[in-house]
Design a protein around this ligand. Structure first.
Ligand SMILES: [Zn+2]
Length: 385
């Protein structure tokens, strides 16, 4: 069937009290591999593209300063790849915009086939955040597309998300936000942190999630809660990368045991990005260590050079400029490129599979209602949201 709106996947996670991971995607092979591992584990899938991912997948190497045109092209490319592997899948698949900043980005994503969008107005004054989110809901719901907002400020650094301090989400304000905007899901600030340097003892404040969920339920609101900045940064990856020549310092994530608990505290979706970057980068470093002749490969030698020049970097987007046909379109022109891409595909499996099991979404695909965006649009219309 067609891709499902993210709301359908969150509904099942909420009803059956398991955590649903959402993974950020930045290449053709990663998407192919992510859908495959969700299928093998019988898990629903939420794949995400951030604004920078859209620019990158539109072919822009300066993806942190992507153009509107590049983002539009990349959103369509990501949408096409997810449909290629997900449309006839045995599992429900949703494609979600992570940290959308403008209505323009939202429109580009919906045009490109996304079935869910986030609008992040958390850095704006409260009333402006409400107004922007409401505007996006009014645009997206007639397409049956899910909308996630954000309230409260997370510490940390992620694509286009910078904040030095954290301000926890106020539960009463969350109720007001759901009521005024009509959004489906809300990213809350409760102790998690963006990026690979979360500090050694990052502590999730479950009571904040519980309080928000209780408050919205008392008001009769059906709303889903999202945990951002929830990469686990497996220390085994960090050690392996550093043993292979990487220079990662203070790279810590959220303890998996804490994330396993959050699903029981009202959190429905758990965002993970950094773990995949780490696993892919480790695999590529291993490849060049095991087969040093590849460092001089005409097709992927430049990848090695770019990695060696920046041993603190773990983001594959910063070292794959020479193989963009493979990254964007899956065009693997020779055996060396195929081996590199296999590192990316394997990295996704390595990073995602354990979390699908630990968060509890494996063998839950059949619990998700197979609703289309068109059907969801009718429901919104009837409910007046
Ligand atoms: Zn985030």
């Amino acid at each position: 069937m067609a891709l499902v709106p993210m709301r359908a996947i969150l509904e099942a996670a909420d009803r059956y009290r398991y955590g649903q991971a959402a993974f950020n995607m930045n290449s053709f092979g990663q998407i192919e591999s992510a859908i495959r591992i969700h299928e093998l584990l019988g898990s629903p899938a939420i794949l995400q593209g951030a604004e920078a991912s859209n620019a990158f997948m539109g072919g822009e190497l300066d993806f942190m300063h992507g153009s509107a045109e590049g983002k539009r092209k990349g959103a369509k490319n990501i949408g096409d790849i997810v449909k290629k592997f997900g449309a006839d899948s045995t599992i429900p698949v949703a494609l979600h915009l992570d940290h959308g900043k403008t209505l323009e980005s939202v429109k580009a994503c919906i045009d490109g086939g996304y079935t869910s969008v986030m609008i992040d107005g958390s850095s704006l004054p409260y009333e402006d955040n409400v107004a922007l989110t409401r505007e996006v809901v009014k645009y997206a719901h007639p397409y049956g597309v899910t909308v996630e907002g954000e309230l409260g400020v997370l510490a940390g650094v992620e694509d286009h998300v910078f904040s030095a301090t954290s301000t926890y989400t106020n539960p009463l304000q969350a109720v007001d936000f759901f009521k005024k905007t009509g959004c489906d899901a809300l990213a809350i600030s409760y102790g998690t942190c963006h990026g690979p340097n979360k500090g050694k003892d990052a502590k999730i404040r479950n009571e904040i999630a519980i309080a928000i969920k209780e408050c919205i339920q008392h008001e009769g609101i059906t709303g889903y809660l999202v945990s951002h900045g929830s990469s686990t940064v497996p220390q085994v990856y960090v050690e392996q990368i550093n043993a292979l020549g990487g220079k990662l310092v203070d790279a810590f994530g959220i303890d998996v045991a804490q994330l396993v608990e959050v699903a029981k505290c009202g959190i429905n979706k758990i965002n993970v990005d950094t773990d995949i970057r780490l696993a892919c980068t480790r695999n590529v470093m291993r490849l060049f260590t095991k087969y040093p002749e590849l460092k001089n490969s005409p097709s992927i030698g430049a990848v090695y050079e770019a990695m060696a020049a920046n041993p603190k970097n773990v983001d594959p987007r910063n070292y794959v400029a020479s193989v963009m046909d493979a990254i964007l379109y899956g065009q693997e022109k020779d055996e060396d490129v195929s081996r590199l891409m296999q590192c990316m595909r394997d990295g996704v499996v390595d990073a995602c599979a354990p979390l699908l099991v630990q968060f509890g979404s494996f063998r839950k695909a059949h619990l998700v209602e197979l609703v289309t965006c068109e059907q969801m649009a009718e429901r919104y219309q009837k409910a007046g949201i």
